[in-house]
Design a protein around this ligand. Sequence first.
Ligand SMILES: Cc1cc2nc3c(=O)[nH]c(=O)nc-3n(C[C@H](O)[C@H](O)[C@H](O)COP(=O)(O)OP(=O)(O)OC[C@H]3O[C@@H](n4cnc5c(N)ncnc54)[C@H](O)[C@@H]3O)c2cc1C
Length: 513
Amino acid sequence: MKRAQIIQSIRETPSWDMIVIGGGASGLGTALEAVSRGYRTLLVEAHDYAKGTSSRSTKLVHGGVRYLAQGNVHLVREALHERGLLKKNAPHLVHDMGFVIAAYQWWAAPFYGIGLKMYDMLAGKLNLKSSRYVSKDEALRHAPTLKQEGLKGGILYYDGQFDDSRLAITLLRTFEQHGGVAVNYAPVVGLLKDGAKIAGVTLRDSETGETIEARASVVVNATGVFVDDIRRMENPQAKAMLSPSQGVHVIVDKKFLPGDAAIMIPKTEDGRVLFAVPWHEHVVIGTTDTAVPNVDLEPRALGEEIDFILRTAAQYLNPAPKREDVQSIFAGLRPLVKAAEGGETKALSRDHVIRISEGGLITLTGGKWTTYRRMGADTVNQAEGLVKWQGKPSITEGLKLHGWTMDNLEEHWKVYGTDAPLIQKLDGATQILNPELPYTEAEVRWAVRMEQARTVEDVLARRLRALLLNARASAHMAPRVAAIIAEELGYDEAWQQAQVREYSELVNGYILQ
Ligand SMILES: Cc1cc2nc3c(=O)[nH]c(=O)nc-3n(C[C@H](O)[C@H](O)[C@H](O)COP(=O)(O)OP(=O)(O)OC[C@H]3O[C@@H](n4cnc5c(N)ncnc54)[C@H](O)[C@@H]3O)c2cc1C
């Protein structure tokens, strides 16, 4: 559907079963769950799908080895189950990745080995390959740049890896295929009430300035670190539910980790884990955990966070990346939940949290990308209870996501699944946008026509991953991308210039000055 038709259908629909606010992992997961159970569902996103935390993850589909170390067995089992389902339902977007934990002390391999055997066990029938001890030589075969001095061997275990914003777009497409309506660049600016009960939202079309009222039986607030803003639209006195923390990653060339495996550093100087993971012919290294007083849509990495990542990587890698090797830096905010407040019910105790206000606003937050489906299912179950619907069974455990294929596509085209041959038929399928990255002009056209991309940033940051992989190279692509979008959507020269200017400003936050 074209944007004008989407807006028209929102204007003309007298009432929805459910409105979901927020187009990240939580919102998309909930919206797909609702629509696939047969509920008329509208999803409203203020900026672009996955603009928030959901495009800024470590790119792992995992149970969370760290939670296991904390003894949180239930949580790990649930996430490992979801890991297995996601691999089955989106094999074009999720693949197995080996992780080497290097052992430099005699006790390290048996210590981590036992924990990872348990990790395998908790995955049950959906386990990936089993973890095992590896010799020094084998560790180096998988991760050739590991520091060799004192290396005794290690553990090789398996988790999943994915492309986060591509999964978001895939969920969007699946949601639309089931009859759901989703709109981006349409912030919710107010909540509608019937007496004290939440009865819908007021949204603003950012492109035209028009405000529209949309009514629904249930409204779900899935706005990530912005959930408190929406809660305060109902109750201006509501106390903050979140205390967010920031996580930073740096991206470097694949030569710093040229093997087939990632490395996992189980204990950094601040007691966390750090990953270096091959991703789209580059390496993602992170992350950090820094409490932040304010939330921002474009959080900025702190100098000390980048120093910490490079310093820690240098203890394990040889050669180690230096500041001048960093091709991009990105920061994301974790929605960490504080204790519940009076008048609200804490519906479920999981890694994610669902709270229902007195007026019936359902807030979903916390959790992780890996468990988006479970979070969506729990939220729709809560909604069914709240509105006293009969309750319909969930079908998402076995629901194949848009583009599903087991075909072994060429690496670059994999994320599109069955869409790949369709994109390859478009104009510009062999026209590379910049020699540093494999992206083509045809993909830009596809993003605009089929994936609701509206701006240069939507294309370069989330439909393609150029901003994260090589921020400077992505800036060189911006004028051509602006020209293609303008051609597709009928924009003028001034629009293109403004887009390129805005994009260059954005890029400044992703490069080391
Ligand atoms: C550093 C880091 C690394 C991580 N790594 C992993 C990992 O490897 N694997 C994993 O499984 N999980 C990982 N996670 C967790 C995972 O990324 C998050 O749990 C998930 O992305 C949160 O999604 P969300 O939808 O709740 O929030 P978001 O993605 O932030 O989405 C919220 C959306 O709401 C929109 N919004 C805000 N206000 C409004 C409004 N008024 N109207 C309409 N829309 C609005 C925003 O624009 C945004 O798009 C990581 C998290 C961090 C911070």
